[in-house]
Design a protein around this ligand. Structure first.
Ligand SMILES: CC(C)(COP(=O)(O)OP(=O)(O)OC[C@H]1O[C@@H](n2cnc3c(N)ncnc32)[C@H](O)[C@@H]1OP(=O)(O)O)[C@@H](O)C(=O)NCCC(=O)NCCS
Length: 257
C-alpha cells in the first residue's frame, strides 16, 4: 500500500492521465467546462450536461464590486499583498450567506426531496415549517434582487430545455412559490439556489456545492484583483470623519493606581 491514494489522475514522464484520459488528447479537444466536469465527476459530460454545466459556471462568474469577497479582497490587496493573497482572501469570504449558500441549498434540496413523490405537497409543508420556525433558508433571498434573480430565471429555463428540470428543481421552484403564497412576500430563489437545485438533478453530491461557486467566481476575483493592483492607490482606508461612527463609551480616564 502506497502512502497517498488518488483516483483523479496520474503522471508518467510522457503523459498525464486524468480520469483515465490522456491530457494531450484533452488539450485542443475538450472545452475547459468539459474538463472541469470530467475532473469533478469522473466521466465526460453528455452534450446537454456540458451546456448546462457551462451555463451554471457562467452564471456566477462575476457580480460587481459590492459582494463581501470582492471588497474584502480589494482591501487585502490595498494593504500591499500579491494577487494570489487577495484572491485567496476573496475565497475565504465565501460563507453561508455568500457562495457557501450553494452547498447548504443543495443539501436542503437533496435531504428534503429524497424519494418524495409529491414535491409540491412537500414544498408547502416545508415552507410552512420554515416560516413558523423562522429558518434562514439558503439559496433564497438577495440583497439586490427583490422580485426575481434574472440569473436563476435563465438557468431554470435552460434546465427545462436541457432536461435537468427534475424533482429537486421542481421542488426548489415550488418552495419559492409556497413561501410567496404563505407570506404574501417574495423570497427570490437566488443563483445559489438555482444552481444547487439543478446540480442536484444532475446527480452532483451537495458537498461539491461550494466548489462550484469557487470555480465559477475565481475569474471574476482575478479580474478585480488585477484592476485593484493596476489602477487603485494602495492603502484603502475609511474616512473617520464621514464614514465611521463611534458607538462605544465616551473618552474616560483610567482608574487611579
Ligand atoms: C442574502 C441575504 C443575506 C440577503 O439578505 P436581505 O435581503 O438583506 O435580507 P435581510 O437580512 O435584510 O432580511 C429581510 C427580510 O427577509 C427575510 N429573509 C431574507 N432572506 C431570507 C432567507 N434566506 N430565509 C428566510 N428569510 C429570509 C429576513 O428574515 C427578513 O425578514 P423580516 O423583514 O420579516 O425581518 C439573505 O437573503 C440570506 O441570508 N439568504 C440566505 C443565504 C443565501 O442564499 N445567500 C446567497 C445570496 S446570492
Amino acid at each position: 500500500m502506497k502512502k497517498w491514494k488518488t483516483a483523479i489522475s496520474f503522471n508518467t514522464k510522457e503523459e498525464t492521465y486524468i480520469r483515465g484520459y490522456p491530457l494531450t488528447q484533452m488539450i485542443g479537444t475538450l472545452t475547459f467546462t468539459e474538463s472541469i466536469f470530467l475532473v469533478l465527476k469522473g466521466e465526460l459530460p453528455s452534450e446537454n450536461e456540458k451546456k448546462m454545466f457551462d451555463a451554471m459556471l457562467t452564471a456566477v462568474i462575476e457580480h460587481g464590486v459590492a459582494p463581501p469577497s470582492v471588497t474584502g479582497m480589494r482591501n487585502i490587496l490595498s494593504g500591499g499583498n500579491d494577487l494570489h493573497v487577495g484572491v485567496a482572501g476573496g475565497i475565504l469570504a465565501f460563507g453561508k450567506y455568500h457562495g457557501g449558500a450553494l452547498e447548504d441549498a443543495m443539501r436542503f434540496f437533496q435531504e428534503s426531496v429524497k424519494d418524495e413523490e409529491d414535491v409540491y405537497g412537500l414544498a408547502e409543508r416545508l415552507a410552512k415549517k420554515a416560516i413558523e420556525e423562522k429558518w434562514r433558508i439558503s439559496g433564497y433571498g438577495h440583497k439586490y434582487y427583490k422580485d426575481y434573480d434574472p440569473r436563476s430565471r435563465k438557468l431554470i429555463t435552460l434546465a427545462k430545455e436541457y432536461g435537468f428540470y427534475g424533482k429537486h428543481t421542481e421542488f426548489a421552484v415550488a418552495f419559492e412559490d409556497a413561501i410567496h403564497k404563505l407570506k404574501g412576500k417574495r423570497l427570490v430563489m437566488n443563483v445559489d439556489g438555482a444552481i444547487g437545485a439543478i446540480a442536484s438533478d444532475m446527480g452532483f453530491d451537495y458537498r461539491l456545492g461550494k466548489g462550484f461557486f469557487i470555480i465559477g467566481r475565481v475569474p471574476g476575483l482575478v479580474a478585480h484583483a488585477f484592476e485593484e493592483l493596476t489602477t487603485e492607490k494602495p492603502f484603502r482606508r475609511l474616512d473617520e470623519e464621514t464614514e465611521v461612527e463611534y458607538t462605544g463609551v465616551p473618552p474616560r480616564d483610567l482608574p487611579k493606581r
